[in-house]
Design a protein around this ligand. Structure first.
Ligand code: HSE
Length: 365
């Protein structure tokens, strides 16, 4: 099959590298703003050339951001081309429209690389939803923050230095705010919850706390408690729709999450009949992410349908039914609270008014 690559950054260049020696997938065109004489395929800065090229059956979008990616993918689908994307920001922002358009145009829309990097998380989740009812999804879904927390916990590295290393290794988003403030994990949670529950949740409805307030004294406090911090995204079915949030979480050092190091991800589903299933592996980085992209291309070639699910019922977020234990820090003082997630996030917003570096962390059961 002939594919066109939109974007040639970390993921795009690794897709090219992986496809280079294959006989079943050929990168026939690359959309790039600058000339790339080192490539042995057509290189163009004009997307219309790609969309008009009848030989290109699948468009692979690895450029990121909402525009122009949305316009390109929309045009590609309207031209009858299948679409594979690693773009979680775009998939979250236009979930309903993209699903509907793929169905209308009778083309495949795959985004396995958008959540879990190299882990076949979305495909596994889709498989389970055909057999069982998934009640909850939860996990470490951002490699950059996991890399930073691991470096701070195990190497005593400070936050800024660890973030710079994660950027150098190609894990972080173009704007790392999306990683450290939890937005990237939240987008991956939206895709996971939408698929798991057959719904359409809006990312802005999900309360989100990242890791930027975690400092050396918090790491020391966690150690004193026999725990370690991980950034966790969680969604579960709830009476008022879905309960969902992103928040640093304290895990006992013996928990599997505590042993998920570096840019690793660990994500679990909880289903009624089969129980808990967990998936772990590289959550970011060139080759792992590119592998998921190529695996989607192969799925398209095998005739995979429009999207992983046909269901996308509008769904609100309601965290009033989820109770947990929380650790807060305000003006240097730590306190434990036993309350609902809705109450904990409301308290955190109040705390921020008097201490802009206040901390909120859930304590894992
Ligand atoms: N910035 C993302 C991460 C890349 O660190 O997980 C993979 O989606």
């Amino acid at each position: 099959m002939d594919i066109a690559l939109l974007g040639f950054g970390t993921v795009g260049s690794h897709v090219y590298e992986l496809a280079k020696d294959r006989s079943d997938i050929k990168v026939s065109a690359v959309l790039s703003r600058r000339p790339r004489p080192e490539l042995s395929c057509a290189v163009t800065a004009d997307f219309d050339e790609i969309v008009r090229d009848r030989g290109v059956g699948t468009v692979v979008e690895v450029m990121g951001g909402v525009e122009p990616a949305m316009s390109y993918l929309t045009a590609a689908m309207r031209a009858g081309k299948h679409v594979v994307t690693a773009n979680k920001q775009l998939m979250c922002a236009h979930y309903d429209e993209l699903l509907a358009l793929a169905r209308e145009c009778g083309v495949s829309l795959r985004c396995t690389a958008a959540a879990g990097g190299g882990i076949p998380w979305l495909t596994s989740l889709a498989r389970v939803t055909r057999l069982d009812t998934v009640d909850a999804v939860e996990g470490i879904l951002n490699g950059t923050t996991n890399y930073i927390l691991t470096a701070m916990t195990q190497g005593g590295t400070d936050y800024a230095e660890a973030l710079a290393e994660a950027q150098k290794l190609g894990y972080a988003e173009a704007d790392p705010t999306a990683d450290v403030e939890g937005l990237d994990a939240r987008r991956k949670l939206v895709l996971s919850a939408n698929l798991a529950f057959g719904v359409s949740v809006h990312e802005e409805d999900i309360p989100c706390v990242g890791i930027s307030h975690i400092g050396a004294s918090d790491v020391a406090k966690a150690r004193e408690l026999g725990c370690t911090f991980k950034l966790i995204a969680r969604a579960e079915r709830a009476p008022g729709g879905a309960a969902a949030f992103v928040c640093p979480t304290l895990f006992s050092v013996s928990a599997p999450e505590a042993h998920t190091d570096g840019a690793g991800n660990l994500v679990s589903l909880y289903a009624r009949r089969i129980g808990k299933q967990s998936f772990s592996g590289a959550g970011a980085g060139g080759f792992p992410t590119a592998s998921s992209v190529l695996s989607d291309c192969l799925a398209v070639q095998d005739g995979c349908g429009s999207y992983y699910t046909d269901r996308a019922e509008p769904c609100g977020v309601d965290n009033t039914s989820v109770r947990a234990r929380w650790l807060t820090r305000i003006n240097g003082a730590y306190r434990f609270e036993d309350c609902t997630a809705a109450e904990a996030f409301a308290l955190y917003r109040e705390n921020l008014a008097s201490d802009p570096t206040a901390l909120l962390a859930r304590v894992a059961e």
